[in-house]
Design a protein around this ligand. Structure first.
Ligand SMILES: CC(C)(COP(=O)(O)OP(=O)(O)OC[C@H]1O[C@@H](n2cnc3c(N)ncnc32)[C@H](O)[C@@H]1OP(=O)(O)O)[C@@H](O)C(=O)NCCC(=O)NCCS
Length: 167
């Protein structure tokens, strides 16, 4: 089952990221974003199996700076507890999140991640659309998924807000 994060989920979400990434950075990122003005409650989703949270995905607002500064979505982090991986849970979280973002009339989603995993949802190298990373990354790993509301004005450099600084 996939649903929005509730107040009681914080420690379970922390546990998902700590186990999946084998470090605290991404769990801390979630906390930072949750306490910032970039947090979007409808786009913090958990996956439950037998009433236990086993996966989490978060989309939050980041900036795209070109001729003007535009608000876009950043997908980070996404994780599934190791013993529940490869059962479609990560894909289901991504799919529901992208559908919700589209329904919210957002324009696009930026992700830094594994091309083989994210291309299945329609993510493509951001450079194809004139959207560049603020730091050096392999071109194929910095990706965007265009949503229904995308327009050509969405070009420029992605700027991550302070919540991302430590991670
Ligand atoms: C990435 C992750 C969220 C996927 O969750 P999941 O529930 O296992 O995903 P699904 O079962 O829906 O899909 C699994 C598919 O993703 C692929 N996949 C998983 N991790 C991958 C990786 N690091 N690189 C490439 N592909 C990957 C699997 O090979 C599998 O492909 P297949 O369907 O062709 O067999 C999960 O593996 C995870 O939490 N990893 C550790 C944290 C992490 O790296 N998150 C960031 C992703 S950028």
């Amino acid at each position: 089952m996939i649903r929005c994060e509730s107040l009681l989920d914080a420690s379970a979400i922390h546990n998902v990221h700590t186990q999946a990434f084998e470090r605290e950075n991404e769990a801390q990122l979630v906390k930072n974003i949750r306490h910032s003005d970039r947090y979007i409650p409808q786009l913090s989703l958990v996956a439950e199996v037998n009433n236990t949270v086993v996966g989490h995905i978060l989309f939050s607002y980041i900036d795209l700076v070109g001729k003007e500064t535009l608000r876009v979505l950043g997908l980070a982090p996404l994780a599934v507890i190791p013993k529940f991986q490869k059962q479609g849970i990560g894909s289901a979280l991504a799919q529901v999140g992208l559908e919700t973002a589209d329904q919210m009339s957002e324009a696009l989603v930026v992700v830094l991640g594994h091309p083989q995993f994210y291309s299945r949802f329609g993510f493509q190298p951001s450079i194809n659309y004139g959207i560049v990373s603020p730091f050096p990354v392999p071109e194929d790993a910095f990706m965007v998924k265009l949503l229904t509301n995308y327009q050509e004005k969405y070009q420029g450099k992605v700027i991550y807000p302070p919540a991302f600084q430590e991670v």
